[in-house]
Design a protein around this ligand. Sequence first.
Ligand code: S3P
Length: 449
Amino acid sequence: MSGHGPAIPMQSKPSGPLTGEAHVPGDKSISHRSLILGAMALGETRVTGLLEGQDVLDTGAAMRAFGAEVWKDGETWVIRGVGVGGFAEPDQVIDCGNSGTGVRLIMGAMATSPIAATFTGDASLNGRPMARVTDPLALFGARAFGRSGGRLPMTIQGAEMPVPVRYATPVPSAQVKSAVLLAGLNAPGETVVIEREATRDHSERMLAGFGAKVLSEDTAEGRVITLTGQPELAPQTIAVPRDPSSAAFPVCAALITEGSDVLVPNIGLNPTRAGLFTTLREMGADLTYENEREEGGEPVADLRARFSPDLQGIEVPPERAASMIDEYPVLSAVAAYARGKTHMPGVKELRVKESDRIDAMAEGLRANGIEVAEGEDWWTVTGRGFGDVTGGARVASRLDHRIAMSFLVFGLAARDGITVDDGGPIATSFPVFEPLMQGLGAAIWRAEG
Ligand code: S3P
């Protein structure tokens, strides 16, 4: 859905210790892919633990518009797919709301079928670059008609006679890689994606799970992924693991709140996603992995986070960026309470997320008394340590869920707390954020005006 209702101002302030268990929702990336691949399989895919955030619900609605059936049976989501090449032409505009993942993956999935579809989203999504996806889709034979700068609203005319593609992604992006692989499903022969830096590999793992032939090889050029086109995808039963990107918020809140001890069970620790936790441990966080195990081919653990009074600023290696790209905002909130500088290079992609996340965090942190320096592809937060952060200023969430949640976490250790102008976007990825954090004892609530 484009936009949401009236702004929901929210506040947070220091509370007593955070304790208990935080059961965070299902992984957003895997939830989108479950719906899209389910729609491209022939038969009924059943999914438990699906994230019921607005981004994912919008992808579900889009899959219905392309002809799949999607419904909920008790706690299980069921997708009756139409098979590779089976998409119908939607008779309405596809509204992907706030979701870059949704729109980019769906564009890829439909680009090699002889149908047209028009995509739109909210003000955030309609400002984001789509050429990174439409450029490789053009190589398959698809055509894109969008606004200036390759922005939505945009119509994609799918290829009548798709050809397979060999494409080296110019930016480290799992969304671009996934769009190309999904388009490759309905092209004959082998589609190859080469990525210099490995990004999250859920598409590769799930395509293989649905029965496609996908080969990943690490070579001197980078990671080379080869997909054999026109497979028959078999419906699957999927248990979506809990989202490490959502786990980041209760974990970080516990690290900066005196006396806290929080358990965040069942978190997927796929190495392409777990960079934040490594970084926090390097900063001196009391963060441990308990009950480490494998589930559905993915490493999983229960995370235990305790108050960590001696955090130190560090240099975050740029090669780690892809594995924690969505976590830099909340890392910057924690870095404000560390001693010394946390330098975060190699993060240009942060400027084209739901908001310009470097600019959004830098502005709000500075307003709350924290020194931030920035360049096009780096930023540095100078921490003040505990007890010396005043806070108290109102900040803008800029239609960006992770900016809203990161500032609410920041406010938990700032003397005068914080006010976020609009917590509404949180519902895109973490609809139970507020009750979950309150259940741990966090002073986070909806404010007046
Ligand atoms: C995602 C990939 C990332 C990430 C986004 C989800 C995905 O974007 O920021 O939240 O599910 O593929 P990029 O691939 O554009 O970096």
